[in-house]
Design a protein around this ligand. Structure first.
Ligand code: ATP
Ligand code: MG
Length: 453
């Protein structure tokens, strides 16, 4: 397949500028990795005397290649921070045709890579396992947003893999092409106050405006109201078919700032947040942990072994981690450093020595106990104390509200409201197969509470 007419004339138009400014050796490394340039071709280009001659030869070769090469070249410019050069090519980025992306069975085409890297969507973690069933559920909901604007919420407890799942859901060619050709824009939120939120929205507006016209400099919005209006204009008029991903939302006031009739995917530990905003709403719960096979797969990938070559402790480690992707990864990362400590880490997990494990970890994520502490911190004072009472529960025991009503000495209706709040914040699980409903904690939550928060 030849290079389309648009990108071809663009290359011809801007070739002098590219020849002048870029360093082809770095660019070619990326293109080889993407499989669009062979080592022989690279060597031939390197024999040219000057950097400028090499650049000219690379461009000459690209004109004889295809759309994938153009996209890979564009990505390489971005990676090497030639943003100004990349912006010259941007308007003519080809859409890869359906036949072209058949060779990328998971839908992760160069086009997707470009769209996601422009929108600041995080890459997969170094060690990654697929969760196809959950992923399909999220994508199905995102397809619904094609018809009308609205919200898709991914909720679940700390470290259950919500953020990884949200990024993965967007990593899909036909979804972007059919529903969000205007791009995917990622915003990490977390726990922040109003001034910080304003700064986040300002930088998003800046990013979106720059993409439209790098020469124009707009004054940043200087209040949340103004920011909301600016966002509304941008999303409705300039990026009507795009998706905003808001990662890790804690507070309804954040959602209200984005209540502008656009298409949003959000991750949160708090299920009830979207009650306060308008529009179509869909949700996906990340309830169950990873199954044993996926847990083992993570350990195998970290320790560079085949699944069947894992030591006998591996199964028990996965079991002790209760399927939490965060905790399995934490242990996997430790074992990568100290491959002879399978037995030692298993013993520590069994003895609930999370704190010691965390201390010896170089893992760049706050361990589960910190993540849990943050969730409890946002409860109202009096509910925090009630939550700590769950330490009297036995592991794997589910209780009806009546038991807690006695424990807390509160009327059953009030207890039900409190339990609902805990469940909505992913601090408690509800078994609705029974009447009356039964409530229970994830083992890791119980361990954390018993450990003393
Ligand atoms: N599919 C996966 N494959 C491999 N590891 C994963 C996967 N999903 C999550 N993890 C691991 O678990 C960690 C936590 O995942 P993630 O950040 O998505 O959790 P979260 O639910 O967003 O947590 P929080 O509520 O704290 O924001 C990741 O940093 C990664 O190491
Ligand atoms: Mg997250």
């Amino acid at each position: 397949m030849a290079l389309d007419e648009g990108p071809r004339s663009c290359l011809l138009r801007v070739r002098h500028r590219l020849e002048q400014d870029m360093k082809p050796s770095y660019i070619m490394d990326h293109m080889i990795t993407d499989g669009v340039l062979t080592v022989d071709e690279e060597e031939k280009i390197r024999t040219r005397a000057t950097r400028k001659d090499q650049a000219a030869a690379l461009l000459e070769l690209m004109l004889r290649k295809d759309n994938r090469t153009y996209i890979s070249f564009y990505n390489a410019l971005i990676k090497e921070t030639y943003d100004d050069l990349a912006s010259l090519l941007h308007a003519d980025l080809p859409r890869t045709s359906p036949t072209a992306y058949k060779s990328f069975p998971d839908g992760y085409t160069p086009y997707v890579r470009t769209v996601l890297s422009e929108g600041g969507v995080p890459q997969r973690p170094v060690v990654f396992v697929s969760r196809p069933e959950l992923l399909n559920r999220v994508r199905e909901k995102l397809y619904q947003l094609q018809k009308e604007p609205g919200w898709v919420t991914i909720f679940g407890m700390a470290g259950s893999g919500k953020s990884v799942l949200a990024a993965e859901a967007a990593r899909y060619h036909s979804l972007i092409e059919e529903c969000f050709p205007g791009g995917i824009h990622w915003l990490s939120i977390g726990q922040l106050d109003k001034p910080d939120l304003l700064v986040k929205i300002q930088s998003l507006c800046f990013r979106l405006e720059q993409e439209l016209d790098p020469q124009l400099h707009h004054r940043p919005p200087n209040s949340l109201d103004e920011a909301k209006e600016r966002m509304r204009f941008l999303m409705l008029r300039r990026y009507p078919r795009s998706l905003l991903i808001l990662d890790d939302i804690w507070d309804t006031s954040v959602l209200k700032a984005f209540d502008i009739q656009c298409r949003i995917l959000l991750t949160t530990r708090n299920r009830s947040l979207v009650d306060s905003v308008s529009g179509a709403k869909y949700e996906v719960e990340v309830a169950s942990g990873l199954d044993e096979k996926k847990g083992l797969e993570i350990l195998a990938l970290y320790t560079n072994r085949k699944m069947h070559g894992l030591p006998e402790e591996a199964r028990s480690i996965v079991k002790e981690c209760k399927g939490s992707p965060l905790v399995v990864s934490l242990i996997g990362a430790l074992l990568k450093e100290k491959p002879d400590r399978w037995h030692y880490y298993l013993r520590q997990l069994q003895q609930k020595q999370f704190k010691r494990i965390r201390k010896s970890s170089s893992y760049d994520y706050d361990a589960l106990d910190q993540a849990m502490a943050a969730s409890i911190e946002v409860l109202p004072e009096e509910h925090r104390e009630l939550y700590k009472d769950f330490t009297v529960l036995e592991k794997d025991i589910k209780v009806p509200a009546k038991v807690l009503s006695i424990l807390w000495d509160l009327p059953i209706e009030e207890v039900e409201d409190i339990l609902e709040e805990f469940a909505n914040k992913s601090l408690l699980f509800m078994d609705t197969n029974n009447k009356p409903y039964l409530y229970y904690l994830h083992d890791l939550q119980l361990d954390f509470l018993i450990d003393g928060c």
